[in-house]
Design a protein around this ligand. Structure first.
Ligand SMILES: N[C@@H](CCC(=O)N[C@@H](CS)C(=O)NCC(=O)O)C(=O)O
Length: 225
């Protein structure tokens, strides 16, 4: 298996973390997103959407982080993607929840327009309005994350066992650290972030992300806090 990723990217880190934690035998192929490699014809032949991550399992090409995580977990028969119908449905629900309403506001409206040139709006004013509405709407989603998904004493998003929903969410949620988001206003979330960061592979997997974060640390951003 080959996995095409960028080591800093939001939707690549959940996969590199899962692979490292579960000893999945996959060759990592680094794609230089920042140099525009995804936009080149050669890459577009692999993924028509011109995005990483992409999994190539002996010619079976699969895109979308959430779909790849489910595939890998089933392939290695991991308990992190439960077989029980209702438990699996809950994991799917959590992954969709993070990937859609939550990340639309937090990622695409608050984080990306501040740090990714191809996500900036056409004018500074339009960018400011996008970021401010992203911040306000993201706060409401964070409340739900903290009190609903991680409330009721849940150690993880779907109960007391780690699932691929936690791996998946770890990428999007920590993306905010690039703009200085802190999680201390959300105690259950702060605890969950620390739990995920205590996984043995977290630090080595996130070294390139932490380097990128350090490069942005002297800039001022609109954050959640
Ligand atoms: N919905 C996709 C999103 C993947 C995505 O946003 N990939 C970005 C990097 S994080 C990308 O490949 N961008 C290509 C580019 O900017 O040229 C998934 O969940 O896998």
């Amino acid at each position: 298996m080959k996995l095409y990723i960028h080591r800093v990217a939001v939707f690549s880190r959940p996969l590199t973390l899962f692979i490292a934690e579960n000893n999945v035998d996959a060759e990592i192929v680094d794609v230089d997103v920042f140099a525009g490699e995804c936009q080149q014809d050669a890459f577009a032949k692999l993924n028509r959407s011109k995005q990483i991550p992409v999994l190539d399992d002996d010619g079976f090409i699969l895109t979308e982080c959430s779909a790849i995580l489910k595939y890998l977990a089933d392939k290695v028969d991991s308990p992190t993607y439960p077989k029980d119908l209702k438990k699996r449905a809950r994991v799917n629900e959590a992954m969709d929840w993070v990937n859609t309403g939550f990340y639309r506001e937090y990622g695409y409206h608050l984080v990306y327009p501040q740090i990714l040139p191809n996500h900036k709006r056409q004018t500074d004013e339009a960018n400011r309005l996008t970021v401010e509405s992203g911040r306000d709407n993201a706060k409401a989603w964070f409340e739900i994350l903290d009190s609903h998904w991680l409330g009721a004493g849940n150690r993880y998003l779907c109960g007391n066992d780690v699932t691929i929903a936690d791996y998946f969410a770890s990428g999007p949620i920590t993306a905010g650290e690039l703009i200085g988001v802190r999680f201390d206003d959300f105690p259950n979330l702060a605890r969950w972030v620390e739990t995920m960061k205590s996984l043995p592979s977290w630090e080595p997997v996130h070294a390139p992300f932490n380097e990128f974060k350090a490069m942005l640390s002297d800039q001022t951003f609109v954050t959640l806090n």
